[in-house]
Design a protein around this ligand. Structure first.
Ligand code: ADP
Length: 390
Protein backbone atom coordinates (compact mmCIF):
# COMPACT_ATOMS: atom_id res chain seq x y z
CA UNK A 1 0.00 0.00 0.00
CA UNK A 2 1.38 3.44 -0.79
CA UNK A 3 1.67 6.06 1.96
CA UNK A 4 -1.38 8.11 0.92
CA UNK A 5 -3.60 5.06 0.68
CA UNK A 6 -2.32 3.80 3.98
CA UNK A 7 -3.06 7.13 5.64
CA UNK A 8 -6.57 7.01 4.20
CA UNK A 9 -7.04 3.50 5.54
CA UNK A 10 -5.87 4.50 9.01
CA UNK A 11 -8.19 7.53 9.13
CA UNK A 12 -11.13 5.49 7.89
CA UNK A 13 -10.56 2.69 10.41
CA UNK A 14 -10.18 5.26 13.18
CA UNK A 15 -13.53 6.82 12.19
CA UNK A 16 -15.25 3.45 12.08
CA UNK A 17 -13.67 2.12 15.30
CA UNK A 18 -13.01 5.14 17.52
CA UNK A 19 -12.44 2.95 20.59
CA UNK A 20 -9.32 1.30 19.15
CA UNK A 21 -5.85 2.59 20.01
CA UNK A 22 -3.51 3.80 17.27
CA UNK A 23 -1.47 0.60 17.55
CA UNK A 24 -4.65 -1.46 17.16
CA UNK A 25 -5.70 0.54 14.13
CA UNK A 26 -2.31 -0.06 12.54
CA UNK A 27 -2.60 -3.78 13.23
CA UNK A 28 -6.10 -3.90 11.79
CA UNK A 29 -5.07 -1.99 8.68
CA UNK A 30 -2.66 -4.81 7.85
CA UNK A 31 -5.66 -7.13 7.34
CA UNK A 32 -7.65 -4.61 5.22
CA UNK A 33 -7.87 -4.54 1.46
CA UNK A 34 -9.42 -1.88 -0.77
CA UNK A 35 -12.25 -2.91 -3.02
CA UNK A 36 -14.57 -1.13 -5.45
CA UNK A 37 -18.21 -2.11 -5.99
CA UNK A 38 -20.44 -1.24 -8.91
CA UNK A 39 -23.92 0.29 -8.50
CA UNK A 40 -26.48 -2.43 -7.75
CA UNK A 41 -23.85 -4.99 -6.79
CA UNK A 42 -24.72 -7.30 -3.89
CA UNK A 43 -21.81 -7.19 -1.46
CA UNK A 44 -23.38 -9.56 1.08
CA UNK A 45 -26.31 -11.89 0.48
CA UNK A 46 -28.89 -12.65 3.18
CA UNK A 47 -28.60 -16.30 4.29
CA UNK A 48 -25.10 -16.83 2.87
CA UNK A 49 -22.13 -17.54 5.07
CA UNK A 50 -20.16 -14.35 5.60
CA UNK A 51 -16.44 -14.21 6.25
CA UNK A 52 -15.66 -10.53 5.89
CA UNK A 53 -16.39 -7.20 7.54
CA UNK A 54 -16.57 -4.08 5.37
CA UNK A 55 -15.95 -0.41 6.11
CA UNK A 56 -17.39 2.12 3.66
CA UNK A 57 -14.88 4.63 2.35
CA UNK A 58 -17.10 6.32 -0.24
CA UNK A 59 -20.59 5.79 -1.63
CA UNK A 60 -23.71 4.38 0.05
CA UNK A 61 -25.15 0.91 0.47
CA UNK A 62 -28.67 -0.32 1.20
CA UNK A 63 -29.37 -2.85 3.95
CA UNK A 64 -32.10 -5.09 2.59
CA UNK A 65 -34.08 -7.91 4.16
CA UNK A 66 -36.46 -10.28 2.45
CA UNK A 67 -40.01 -10.33 3.78
CA UNK A 68 -42.01 -13.57 3.92
CA UNK A 69 -43.53 -12.95 0.52
CA UNK A 70 -40.07 -12.56 -1.01
CA UNK A 71 -40.39 -8.84 -1.10
CA UNK A 72 -37.26 -6.85 -0.49
CA UNK A 73 -37.48 -4.24 2.25
CA UNK A 74 -34.77 -1.62 2.54
CA UNK A 75 -34.35 -1.17 6.28
CA UNK A 76 -31.52 1.36 6.19
CA UNK A 77 -28.91 3.02 4.02
CA UNK A 78 -25.42 3.72 5.34
CA UNK A 79 -22.45 5.68 4.02
CA UNK A 80 -18.79 6.54 4.57
CA UNK A 81 -17.32 5.65 7.97
CA UNK A 82 -19.99 3.00 8.68
CA UNK A 83 -19.29 -0.71 8.66
CA UNK A 84 -21.33 -3.85 7.98
CA UNK A 85 -20.90 -7.62 8.03
CA UNK A 86 -19.61 -7.48 11.61
CA UNK A 87 -21.47 -10.66 12.62
CA UNK A 88 -18.93 -12.61 10.54
CA UNK A 89 -16.33 -11.74 13.19
CA UNK A 90 -18.39 -13.18 15.99
CA UNK A 91 -18.36 -16.71 14.67
CA UNK A 92 -19.62 -18.83 11.82
CA UNK A 93 -22.86 -17.07 11.03
CA UNK A 94 -24.90 -16.40 7.95
CA UNK A 95 -25.66 -12.88 6.75
CA UNK A 96 -28.77 -11.38 8.32
CA UNK A 97 -29.32 -8.98 5.42
CA UNK A 98 -28.35 -8.33 1.85
CA UNK A 99 -26.10 -5.32 1.36
CA UNK A 100 -26.37 -3.68 -2.04
CA UNK A 101 -24.33 -0.78 -3.42
CA UNK A 102 -26.56 2.21 -4.27
CA UNK A 103 -23.80 3.72 -6.35
CA UNK A 104 -20.17 3.00 -7.03
CA UNK A 105 -18.59 2.42 -3.61
CA UNK A 106 -15.07 2.14 -2.28
CA UNK A 107 -14.81 -0.27 0.63
CA UNK A 108 -12.24 -1.71 2.95
CA UNK A 109 -12.68 -5.44 3.23
CA UNK A 110 -11.28 -7.29 6.25
CA UNK A 111 -11.50 -11.03 5.96
CA UNK A 112 -12.02 -13.14 9.08
CA UNK A 113 -8.83 -15.23 8.50
CA UNK A 114 -6.64 -12.18 7.87
CA UNK A 115 -8.13 -10.51 10.93
CA UNK A 116 -7.52 -13.56 13.10
CA UNK A 117 -3.92 -13.71 11.93
CA UNK A 118 -3.40 -10.13 13.08
CA UNK A 119 -5.53 -10.43 16.21
CA UNK A 120 -4.10 -13.70 17.51
CA UNK A 121 -1.01 -11.90 18.75
CA UNK A 122 -3.01 -8.89 19.93
CA UNK A 123 -5.71 -9.80 22.46
CA UNK A 124 -6.31 -6.12 23.24
CA UNK A 125 -7.35 -5.48 19.61
CA UNK A 126 -9.66 -8.48 19.72
CA UNK A 127 -11.25 -7.42 22.99
CA UNK A 128 -11.77 -3.78 22.04
CA UNK A 129 -13.06 -4.55 18.58
CA UNK A 130 -15.52 -7.13 19.91
CA UNK A 131 -16.69 -4.68 22.58
CA UNK A 132 -17.31 -2.02 19.97
CA UNK A 133 -19.04 -4.41 17.58
CA UNK A 134 -21.30 -5.77 20.33
CA UNK A 135 -22.10 -2.20 21.44
CA UNK A 136 -23.01 -1.41 17.85
CA UNK A 137 -25.27 -4.46 17.63
CA UNK A 138 -26.94 -3.54 20.93
CA UNK A 139 -27.56 0.01 19.75
CA UNK A 140 -29.01 -1.28 16.49
CA UNK A 141 -31.21 -3.68 18.48
CA UNK A 142 -32.46 -0.86 20.66
CA UNK A 143 -33.18 1.24 17.58
CA UNK A 144 -35.08 -1.66 16.01
CA UNK A 145 -37.05 -2.25 19.23
CA UNK A 146 -37.89 1.44 19.41
CA UNK A 147 -38.98 1.38 15.77
CA UNK A 148 -41.09 -1.71 16.47
CA UNK A 149 -42.74 0.02 19.42
CA UNK A 150 -43.57 3.03 17.28
CA UNK A 151 -45.00 0.76 14.58
CA UNK A 152 -46.92 -1.17 17.21
CA UNK A 153 -48.54 2.03 18.46
CA UNK A 154 -49.46 3.00 14.91
CA UNK A 155 -50.95 -0.46 14.36
CA UNK A 156 -52.96 -0.20 17.58
CA UNK A 157 -54.36 3.13 16.45
CA UNK A 158 -55.21 1.72 13.03
CA UNK A 159 -57.02 -1.20 14.69
CA UNK A 160 -58.97 1.14 16.95
CA UNK A 161 -59.93 3.21 13.88
CA UNK A 162 -61.01 0.10 12.03
CA UNK A 163 -63.05 -1.07 14.99
CA UNK A 164 -64.76 2.28 15.23
CA UNK A 165 -65.50 2.26 11.50
CA UNK A 166 -66.88 -1.23 11.84
CA UNK A 167 -69.15 -0.07 14.67
CA UNK A 168 -70.28 2.91 12.60
CA UNK A 169 -71.03 0.59 9.68
CA UNK A 170 -73.02 -1.80 11.81
CA UNK A 171 -74.94 1.06 13.38
CA UNK A 172 -75.55 2.48 9.93
CA UNK A 173 -76.99 -0.77 8.60
CA UNK A 174 -79.32 -1.03 11.60
CA UNK A 175 -80.43 2.59 11.13
CA UNK A 176 -80.89 2.15 7.40
CA UNK A 177 -83.00 -0.97 7.85
CA UNK A 178 -85.14 0.93 10.35
CA UNK A 179 -85.52 3.95 8.13
CA UNK A 180 -86.58 1.77 5.20
CA UNK A 181 -88.77 -0.56 7.18
CA UNK A 182 -91.09 2.14 8.52
CA UNK A 183 -92.31 3.39 5.11
CA UNK A 184 -92.26 -0.14 3.68
CA UNK A 185 -94.46 -1.45 6.48
CA UNK A 186 -96.93 1.35 5.89
CA UNK A 187 -96.99 0.71 2.12
CA UNK A 188 -97.42 -3.02 2.65
CA UNK A 189 -100.32 -2.40 5.05
CA UNK A 190 -102.14 -0.18 2.58
CA UNK A 191 -101.51 -2.58 -0.32
CA UNK A 192 -102.86 -5.52 1.71
CA UNK A 193 -106.03 -3.55 2.51
CA UNK A 194 -106.40 -2.55 -1.13
CA UNK A 195 -105.97 -6.15 -2.26
CA UNK A 196 -108.71 -7.22 0.12
CA UNK A 197 -110.91 -4.52 -1.35
CA UNK A 198 -111.19 -2.85 2.05
CA UNK A 199 -110.12 0.54 0.76
CA UNK A 200 -112.56 2.13 -1.58
CA UNK A 201 -114.18 5.42 -2.41
CA UNK A 202 -112.90 8.39 -0.41
CA UNK A 203 -110.28 6.29 1.40
CA UNK A 204 -108.51 5.48 -1.83
CA UNK A 205 -106.90 8.90 -2.41
CA UNK A 206 -105.83 8.97 1.26
CA UNK A 207 -104.15 5.60 0.89
CA UNK A 208 -102.54 6.56 -2.42
CA UNK A 209 -101.29 9.78 -0.84
CA UNK A 210 -99.68 7.91 2.01
CA UNK A 211 -98.11 5.36 -0.32
CA UNK A 212 -96.71 8.14 -2.51
CA UNK A 213 -95.24 9.98 0.49
CA UNK A 214 -93.63 6.81 1.79
CA UNK A 215 -92.21 5.93 -1.60
CA UNK A 216 -90.82 9.45 -1.86
CA UNK A 217 -89.26 9.09 1.55
CA UNK A 218 -87.47 5.94 0.44
CA UNK A 219 -86.42 7.53 -2.82
CA UNK A 220 -85.05 10.44 -0.78
CA UNK A 221 -83.09 8.07 1.44
CA UNK A 222 -81.63 6.11 -1.43
CA UNK A 223 -80.82 9.33 -3.29
CA UNK A 224 -78.91 10.60 -0.26
CA UNK A 225 -76.99 7.36 -0.11
CA UNK A 226 -76.24 7.20 -3.80
CA UNK A 227 -75.27 10.79 -3.69
CA UNK A 228 -72.90 10.15 -0.87
CA UNK A 229 -71.22 7.26 -2.60
CA UNK A 230 -70.94 8.88 -5.99
CA UNK A 231 -70.57 12.31 -4.40
CA UNK A 232 -71.06 14.14 -7.68
CA UNK A 233 -73.65 12.38 -9.82
CA UNK A 234 -73.50 15.13 -12.40
CA UNK A 235 -71.09 17.99 -12.94
CA UNK A 236 -72.25 21.04 -11.00
CA UNK A 237 -73.61 23.95 -12.97
CA UNK A 238 -72.34 27.23 -11.61
CA UNK A 239 -74.60 30.23 -12.20
CA UNK A 240 -75.51 33.50 -10.52
CA UNK A 241 -78.16 32.67 -7.94
CA UNK A 242 -80.66 34.65 -6.01
CA UNK A 243 -80.15 33.50 -2.45
CA UNK A 244 -83.84 33.89 -1.59
CA UNK A 245 -84.74 31.27 -4.24
CA UNK A 246 -82.18 28.86 -2.84
CA UNK A 247 -83.42 29.33 0.73
CA UNK A 248 -87.08 28.89 -0.20
CA UNK A 249 -86.40 25.74 -2.20
CA UNK A 250 -84.35 24.33 0.69
CA UNK A 251 -87.07 25.20 3.22
CA UNK A 252 -89.81 23.62 1.12
CA UNK A 253 -87.71 20.50 0.62
CA UNK A 254 -87.12 20.18 4.37
CA UNK A 255 -90.80 20.72 5.24
CA UNK A 256 -91.84 18.11 2.71
CA UNK A 257 -89.24 15.55 3.76
CA UNK A 258 -90.15 15.82 7.44
CA UNK A 259 -93.82 16.59 6.91
CA UNK A 260 -93.37 19.37 9.41
CA UNK A 261 -95.95 22.10 8.99
CA UNK A 262 -95.89 23.03 12.65
CA UNK A 263 -92.51 24.58 13.36
CA UNK A 264 -92.51 28.34 12.89
CA UNK A 265 -89.78 29.61 10.59
CA UNK A 266 -88.56 33.16 10.14
CA UNK A 267 -86.70 33.99 6.95
CA UNK A 268 -84.62 37.12 7.05
CA UNK A 269 -82.54 38.13 4.03
CA UNK A 270 -80.55 41.36 4.38
CA UNK A 271 -81.22 43.74 1.49
CA UNK A 272 -77.52 44.13 0.67
CA UNK A 273 -76.94 40.42 0.04
CA UNK A 274 -75.59 40.13 -3.52
CA UNK A 275 -76.42 37.29 -5.90
CA UNK A 276 -74.03 34.42 -5.33
CA UNK A 277 -72.16 32.36 -7.88
CA UNK A 278 -72.64 28.67 -7.14
CA UNK A 279 -74.44 25.46 -8.02
CA UNK A 280 -78.07 25.63 -7.04
CA UNK A 281 -78.65 21.90 -6.52
CA UNK A 282 -75.66 21.58 -4.18
CA UNK A 283 -76.46 24.68 -2.14
CA UNK A 284 -80.11 23.69 -1.76
CA UNK A 285 -78.98 20.27 -0.46
CA UNK A 286 -76.56 21.83 2.03
CA UNK A 287 -79.02 24.37 3.44
CA UNK A 288 -81.82 21.82 3.40
CA UNK A 289 -79.73 19.55 5.60
CA UNK A 290 -79.32 22.40 8.12
CA UNK A 291 -83.03 23.18 8.10
CA UNK A 292 -84.11 19.54 8.33
CA UNK A 293 -81.82 19.10 11.32
CA UNK A 294 -83.10 22.29 12.94
CA UNK A 295 -86.67 20.92 12.67
CA UNK A 296 -85.76 17.41 13.64
CA UNK A 297 -83.64 18.22 16.66
CA UNK A 298 -86.17 20.73 18.04
CA UNK A 299 -88.74 18.22 19.28
CA UNK A 300 -90.79 20.96 21.01
CA UNK A 301 -91.18 22.78 17.68
CA UNK A 302 -89.44 25.88 18.96
CA UNK A 303 -89.07 28.43 16.13
CA UNK A 304 -86.26 28.16 13.59
CA UNK A 305 -84.61 31.28 12.17
CA UNK A 306 -82.96 31.42 8.78
CA UNK A 307 -80.85 34.51 8.12
CA UNK A 308 -78.76 35.56 5.13
CA UNK A 309 -76.38 38.52 5.38
CA UNK A 310 -73.09 39.89 4.10
CA UNK A 311 -70.12 39.10 6.32
CA UNK A 312 -66.95 40.82 5.08
CA UNK A 313 -66.14 39.36 1.69
CA UNK A 314 -68.48 36.43 2.29
CA UNK A 315 -72.21 35.81 2.29
CA UNK A 316 -73.48 33.97 5.35
CA UNK A 317 -76.53 31.74 5.60
CA UNK A 318 -77.33 30.95 9.22
CA UNK A 319 -79.87 28.37 10.41
CA UNK A 320 -80.58 28.90 14.08
CA UNK A 321 -82.61 26.59 16.29
CA UNK A 322 -83.42 26.33 19.99
CA UNK A 323 -83.39 22.57 20.05
CA UNK A 324 -81.47 19.91 21.90
CA UNK A 325 -77.98 21.12 20.86
CA UNK A 326 -74.81 19.11 20.31
CA UNK A 327 -72.23 18.22 22.98
CA UNK A 328 -68.96 20.11 22.38
CA UNK A 329 -66.85 16.95 22.19
CA UNK A 330 -68.63 15.59 19.12
CA UNK A 331 -69.18 18.83 17.21
CA UNK A 332 -66.18 18.14 14.98
CA UNK A 333 -67.35 14.64 14.15
CA UNK A 334 -70.90 15.34 13.01
CA UNK A 335 -69.70 15.92 9.43
CA UNK A 336 -68.26 12.40 9.17
CA UNK A 337 -70.31 9.95 7.09
CA UNK A 338 -72.85 8.00 9.19
CA UNK A 339 -71.85 9.70 12.41
CA UNK A 340 -74.85 10.25 14.68
CA UNK A 341 -74.82 11.54 18.23
CA UNK A 342 -75.91 8.92 20.77
CA UNK A 343 -78.96 10.23 22.60
CA UNK A 344 -79.41 7.62 25.24
CA UNK A 345 -82.08 8.22 27.78
CA UNK A 346 -84.01 10.76 25.69
CA UNK A 347 -87.67 10.35 25.09
CA UNK A 348 -87.23 11.01 21.38
CA UNK A 349 -86.09 8.84 18.54
CA UNK A 350 -84.61 11.01 15.83
CA UNK A 351 -84.75 9.49 12.36
CA UNK A 352 -81.79 9.85 10.01
CA UNK A 353 -78.81 8.11 8.51
CA UNK A 354 -76.07 10.49 9.58
CA UNK A 355 -75.26 11.69 6.08
CA UNK A 356 -77.03 15.08 5.83
CA UNK A 357 -74.12 17.09 7.19
CA UNK A 358 -71.58 15.04 5.20
CA UNK A 359 -73.39 16.07 2.05
CA UNK A 360 -73.64 19.68 3.31
CA UNK A 361 -69.89 19.81 3.93
CA UNK A 362 -69.16 18.34 0.51
CA UNK A 363 -71.40 20.93 -1.12
CA UNK A 364 -69.86 23.77 0.88
CA UNK A 365 -66.38 22.69 -0.31
CA UNK A 366 -67.60 22.39 -3.89
CA UNK A 367 -68.81 25.99 -3.72
CA UNK A 368 -65.59 27.20 -2.07
CA UNK A 369 -67.53 27.81 1.10
CA UNK A 370 -67.15 26.75 4.71
CA UNK A 371 -69.39 25.76 7.57
CA UNK A 372 -69.27 26.74 11.24
CA UNK A 373 -71.23 25.25 14.13
CA UNK A 374 -72.06 26.89 17.40
CA UNK A 375 -74.12 24.75 19.71
CA UNK A 376 -74.98 24.35 23.36
CA UNK A 377 -76.81 21.29 24.68
CA UNK A 378 -80.43 22.08 25.61
CA UNK A 379 -80.09 25.64 24.28
CA UNK A 380 -79.81 25.18 20.53
CA UNK A 381 -77.54 25.20 17.52
CA UNK A 382 -76.47 27.65 14.83
CA UNK A 383 -75.08 26.31 11.58
CA UNK A 384 -73.62 28.93 9.24
CA UNK A 385 -72.66 28.37 5.63
CA UNK A 386 -70.22 31.03 4.40
CA UNK A 387 -69.90 31.49 0.65
CA UNK A 388 -67.46 33.76 -1.17
CA UNK A 389 -68.99 36.93 -2.62
CA UNK A 390 -68.61 36.86 -6.39
P1 ADP B 1 -78.74 12.73 10.74
O1 ADP B 1 -79.50 13.95 11.15
O2 ADP B 1 -79.38 11.98 9.64
O3 ADP B 1 -78.37 11.87 11.90
P2 ADP B 1 -76.58 14.55 9.95
O4 ADP B 1 -75.32 14.25 9.21
O5 ADP B 1 -77.47 15.58 9.36
O6 ADP B 1 -77.33 13.18 10.12
O7 ADP B 1 -76.19 15.02 11.42
C1 ADP B 1 -75.27 14.27 12.19
C2 ADP B 1 -75.60 14.37 13.67
O8 ADP B 1 -75.38 15.71 14.13
C3 ADP B 1 -77.05 14.09 13.99
O9 ADP B 1 -77.25 12.71 14.24
C4 ADP B 1 -77.31 14.93 15.23
O10 ADP B 1 -76.98 14.19 16.38
C5 ADP B 1 -76.34 16.08 15.12
N1 ADP B 1 -77.02 17.32 14.69
C6 ADP B 1 -77.00 17.88 13.47
N2 ADP B 1 -77.69 19.03 13.44
C7 ADP B 1 -78.19 19.21 14.68
C8 ADP B 1 -79.00 20.23 15.30
N3 ADP B 1 -79.45 21.28 14.62
N4 ADP B 1 -79.29 20.08 16.61
C9 ADP B 1 -78.84 19.02 17.31
N5 ADP B 1 -78.08 18.02 16.78
C10 ADP B 1 -77.76 18.11 15.49
Amino acid sequence: MNAVLENNTLTLLQTAFPDLSEANIRALSRAAYGRTCLPGEDICLEGERGTALYVIDSGEVDIIVNADDNQEIIIDSIGPGSYFGEMAFLGDTTRMATIRARQECRLLEIDQDDFMAVASGNPDLLRRLMRQIIGHIQRTDRAVIHELNVKNEALKEAYADLEEQEQLRTKFIVTLSHELRTPLTSIRGYLALMNQGSIQGDSLPVAMNSITRNVEKMVGLTNDLLFLYEMHPKAPEFTYLNLADVLIEALQGARKALEDEVTAVSLDIAPDVPPIYGDQQGLVLAIRAFIENAFKYSPDHTPVHIRAYSAGDEVAVAVIDQGIGIPAEVQERIFEPFFRVEREGTAHLFPGLGVGLTIAKFMADRNNGRITVDSTPNKGSTFILYLPQP
